[in-house]
Design a binder for this molecule. Structure first.
Ligand code: TYD
Length: 201
């Protein structure tokens, strides 16, 4: 039996990386992340997120992230699923649609098509989006901002709006979890929502 693929999504500052880790621990799942999860993917991540230098143009950014995704699926995700392990990935295709498709304005369908090529058609069984309001996300974004986090308030607003629109258009595959409150409160909400979802039963 193949494992379940669960993507944890959210805007920068949503707390999604912490929640992805806690969910993976609860499920005994493989925890991985994008862009990254492989040696090539981590190299691409450093190029894409480097706040110094010129950085890739928007279309190059979309293609680099898709290349990292192809490597990640082939090396990590697909083998784990085939071995019957559940996989929790901190970001997946939906990040590209939200950030490159809506945030950068490259188009949701075009970006989804590049990702579909990259994953050879693999999609997450379930997408958990940690939903926080814009003010909370801005407050939680501390320290040195990476290149994409530096894109600004309008960009972040488009990303949050994109997640909400995608979740509304495909409610059977998406769980929207309120990300406001303590880490433990949000983790409990995530665990309950996943357990009650079609993949949890
Ligand atoms: P993130 O996962 O939030 O890591 P950290 O918690 O270390 O900041 O950062 C990854 C960044 O990459 C984030 O700003 C979103 C961006 N990104 C995209 O723009 N498109 C994608 O497809 C993926 C996977 C990430």
């Amino acid at each position: 039996m193949t494992g379940r693929l669960i993507a944890v999504e959210g805007a920068d500052g949503s707390g999604k990386s912490t929640q992805a880790r806690l969910l993976a621990e609860r499920l005994g799942a493989v925890l991985t992340r994008e862009p990254g999860g492989t040696r090539l993917g981590e190299l691409i991540r450093s190029v894409v997120l480097d706040p110094d230098g010129t950085g890739p143009v928007d279309r190059a950014e979309a293609l680099l992230i898709a290349a990292a995704r192809a490597q990640h699926v082939a090396e990590v995700v697909r083998p784990a699923l085939d071995a019957g392990r559940d996989v929790v990935t901190d970001r997946f295709i939906e990040s590209s649609v939200a950030y490159q498709g809506y945030g950068r304005g490259l188009g949701a369908d075009e970006v989804a098509a590049i990702s579909s090529f990259a994953t050879d058609g693999l999609v997450a069984d379930l997408v958990v989006v940690i939903d926080v309001d814009d003010d909370t996300a801005r407050e939680r974004l501390g320290g040195v901002l990476d290149r994409i986090e530096q894109a600004g308030d309008d960009f972040r607003g488009r990303v949050i709006g994109a997640y909400r629109a995608m979740a509304a258009s495909e409610p059977e595959r998406w769980l929207v979890v309120d990300g406001n409150g303590s880490v433990e409160e949000v983790a409990d909400r995530v665990a309950v929502a996943v357990a009650e979802s079609p993949v949890g039963t």
